[in-house]
Design a protein around this ligand. Structure first.
Ligand code: PEP
Ligand code: MN
Length: 337
């Protein structure tokens, strides 16, 4: 359920409503918007009578939220969430580009990637140091030395860092080096991991699972939000269908659907979404046109020698072209880049 407080509601009135809900057995999450304070309660919904609460002092309106996710629902924060990290805002007017190689491989590779993506206008450097690979024989990532390298390369080029965390034990280490924690597609339903990142004070980018519905994605986000971490960014990265020409099927329609159902920023990853470098640029254009708050793109200084995901990694000049094209698409849909 949701209680929207009046614009003029006092702290005492807000506290009185919270006390009453807690007394009924609800866990209450408070969201302070520019105009209204909204209280989201999870608990015995059958006992909640909106009319009983609507007469309380300072209350404007109450809703029983029937969707299984509450805190991730658009009605919890109709104005939308903007995740702010330094000068970078995700979910605001500016479309954000996060780019870099699939994995950190060595100092030269990540350094040269950082230069390329910064020069082209990206704000965040991406690269995995812990890699979830389908085969145990494939390159698994450099671990902590890789995190050190990506941090150094990003700092030298004025970029933020996003990197994947694969399990709970890695969280403190990864948090030392990154600005945004990435939860990969394979871990979207790793509920223990979701609960743990709900307790940290770093933004989390949550990728859609390979076979997850939009509702399941939002329920996974709900795990993180319910831990108290409201800085969640969602990401469509393609789902598995019967099509084999592309690595995955990039579900562009998930972008407007999620933007309608949820207040959380929604990014698009056309690199994993298609698995083919020749399809990345058109799908990035489509994602921005469809309302994505940002793009996550794999770029490698020498894709033919990449240790992971070379076939979907752009050459540096292709990434420059992608950014140039997105710069013309963004204004057409009321955004900047
Ligand atoms: C990645 O970003 O390199 C990655 C492993 O992505 P996903 O979890 O979407 O497969
Ligand atoms: Mn990859």
């Amino acid at each position: 359920m949701l209680v929207v407080m009046q614009e003029v509601a006092t702290e005492a009135q807000i506290d009185a409503v919270i006390d009453r809900l807690v007394g009924m057995g609800f866990t209450v999450h408070r969201s302070t918007g520019a105009v209204h304070t909204v209280l989201g309660g999870v608990g015995p919904i059958d006992q909640f009578e909106p009319a009983d609460f609507e007469v309380l002092d300072g209350v404007q309106e109450c809703h029983r939220i029937m969707s299984p996710y509450k805190l991730a629902s658009r009605s919890f924060r109709p104005q939308g969430t903007v995740v702010k990290i330094g000068k970078v805002e995700i979910g605001g007017a500016r479309v954000v580009a996060m780019a870099g190689p699939c994995s950190v491989e060595n100092e030269d590779q990540i350094e040269s990637s950082a230069e390329v993506v910064a020069k082209a206008g990206a704000s965040v450097l991406r690269a995995g140091a812990f890699k979830p690979r389908s085969s145990p024989w494939s390159f698994q990532g450099l671990g902590e030395p890789g995190l050190k390298m990506i941090r150094k390369a990003a700092d030298r080029n004025g970029l933020l860092v996003i990197s994947e965390v694969m399990n709970q034990t890695q969280i403190p280490l990864v948090c030392e080096y990154v600005d945004i924690l990435q939860i990969g597609a394979r871990n979207m339903q790793n509920y223990d991991l979701l609960k743990e990142v709900g307790k940290v004070s770093k933004p989390v980018l949550l990728k859609r699972g390979i076979a997850a519905t939009i509702e399941e994605l939002l329920l996974s986000a709900e795990y993180i939000l319910s831990g108290g971490n409201y800085d969640v960014i969602l990401c469509e990265r393609g789902i598995r269908t019967f099509e084999t020409y592309t690595r995955n099927t990039m579900d562009i329609s998930a972008i407007p659907v999620v933007k309608k159902l949820s207040h959380l920023p929604m990014m698009a990853d056309p690199s994993h979404g298609t698995g083919r470098r020749d399809s990345v640029l058109p799908m990035a254009r489509a994602a921005v046109a469809a309302g994505a708050d940002g793009v996550l793109i794999e770029v490698h200084p020498d894709p033919d020698r990449a240790l992971s995901d070379g076939a979907q990694s752009l050459y540096p000049r292709q990434f420059e072209e992608l950014m140039a094209q997105l710069r013309s698409i963004a204004p057409a849909v009321g955004r900047t880049l």
